[in-house]
Design a binder for this molecule. Structure first.
Ligand SMILES: NC(=O)c1ccc[n+]([C@@H]2O[C@H](COP(=O)([O-])OP(=O)(O)OC[C@H]3O[C@@H](n4cnc5c(N)ncnc54)[C@H](OP(=O)(O)O)[C@@H]3O)[C@@H](O)[C@H]2O)c1
Length: 327
């Protein structure tokens, strides 16, 4: 099997679908609106979509299934994730089959382990079972998400006939994983799929100290604090200037900058206008000087370290399952 990212023509930007399953993002959108928006994105140049069995307890996958019925499924690379608490040798097949059924498809392009399984999980058997699932034609490629460098190395060492092809991590202009993990991933041809590429809307320019987003997900996000809008004031200034100069939105400059770094941003969305802006950002070229200007200000202001560990690995699966009903 060809490497998913280096040997296929995947769009520079994908679409994330956490919002499709979760009202924790606010109540300003409907199921039919997000389905239409996703179909619009796929029909207009985006061919990579990311979801997870856990988003809205399967709702995101179900809505994707409705969208996929309206297009030729083969045109799209579908990536989903097995929840860390299900990521055991015994439960893998059940999770894969559940995702296939909800999305009404017969194979998954990229199957990702959503977060590092608990320390009570036999990771070797888990990854062997994922290899078996490829051989059975249920999934085509294996990826992980929120994996530390150490566990990425361990997981890779358990695979015999295939490789880990991606690690999905929080990555945007102000929140970054360690340099070491990025270097390891580059060296080992592991694609960085950037989650929260817009820092959950912080980087779109539409929010500020007097105008914070609604919904509990961003209420608990520590980034949405007055001090952080102040800290990144100079970054916003440069983004605003570039946006005027290039006749593009701040969101588009951010996504275009990130994809020029070689990562695959998967912004979440709520409506067709947002997807249109995302799609159109693929065409925006950022010059070397402009890239440098953004990079310099980020270096000067510093970034916040993305925490790789989503749940403490010492927590038993049943407890993580209870906590994660909010995802
Ligand atoms: N692997 C993991 O553990 C993990 C964790 C989180 C997310 N993810 C994946 O990554 C995807 C994206 O990350 P995210 O959802 O955290 O956040 P994000 O993509 O950084 O931000 C999404 C928000 O950005 C705003 N937005 C999108 N397009 C816009 C546009 N054109 N103009 C203005 N605002 C726009 C919307 O905000 P408003 O709501 O304010 O309109 C949207 O809800 C998710 O959907 C999911 O697939 C993975």
């Amino acid at each position: 099997m060809k490497n998913l990212f280096s040997e296929n023509n995947i769009s520079k930007i994908g679409l994330g679908t956490w919002q499709m399953g979760m009202k924790g993002w606010g109540s300003d959108y409907e199921d039919s609106t997000v389905i239409d928006a996703l179909v619009y994105g796929i029909n207009n140049g985006i061919n990579f979509i990311d979801t997870a069995e856990i988003y809205g307890n399967g709702k995101s996958e179900k809505l994707i299934g409705n969208a996929l019925e309206q297009i030729d499924r083969k045109r799209v690379y579908v990536a989903t994730k097995i929840a860390g608490f299900n990521a055991t040798e015994k439960k893998v097949k059940k999770s894969i089959n559940g995702s296939l059924k909800r999305m009404k498809i017969d194979y998954i392009d990229l199957y990702q382990v959503h977060w590092e399984p608990s320390i009570y999980t036999n990771m070797e058997n888990l990854f062997k079972e994922l290899e078996n699932s490829i051989k059975e034609g249920l999934i085509n490629h294996i990826g992980v998400s929120n994996f530390s460098l150490k566990n990425l190395e361990i997981a890779n060492s358990y695979l015999k006939d295939y490789k880990i092809e991606s690690n999905q991590i929080k990555f945007n202009l102000v929140e970054r994983p360690s340099k070491e993990i990025i270097e390891y991933m580059n060296k080992n041809n592991i694609k960085l799929i950037a989650w929260s590429p817009l820092a959950q809307g912080f980087l779109t320019g539409k929010y500020g100290p007097g105008n914070m987003p609604k919904g509990f997900i961003r209420k608990v996000n520590k980034l949405f604090k007055e001090k952080n809008f102040k800290r990144y004031e100079n970054l916003f200034k440069i983004l605003r200037e570039l946006s005027m100069k290039k006749n593009a939105s701040i969101t588009q400059i951010v996504l275009s900058y990130e994809s020029s770094l070689g990562v695959l941003p998967i912004p979440g969305f709520k409506n067709k206008n947002q997807v249109k802006e995302i799609v159109d950002s693929i065409k925006i070229e950022i010059s070397e000087d402009e890239l440098k200007e953004i990079t310099d200000v980020i270096n000067e202001l510093g970034t916040i370290k993305s925490n790789e560990e989503m749940f403490p690995r010492t927590l038993p699966n049943f407890l993580v399952k209870i906590i994660s009903i909010f995802i």
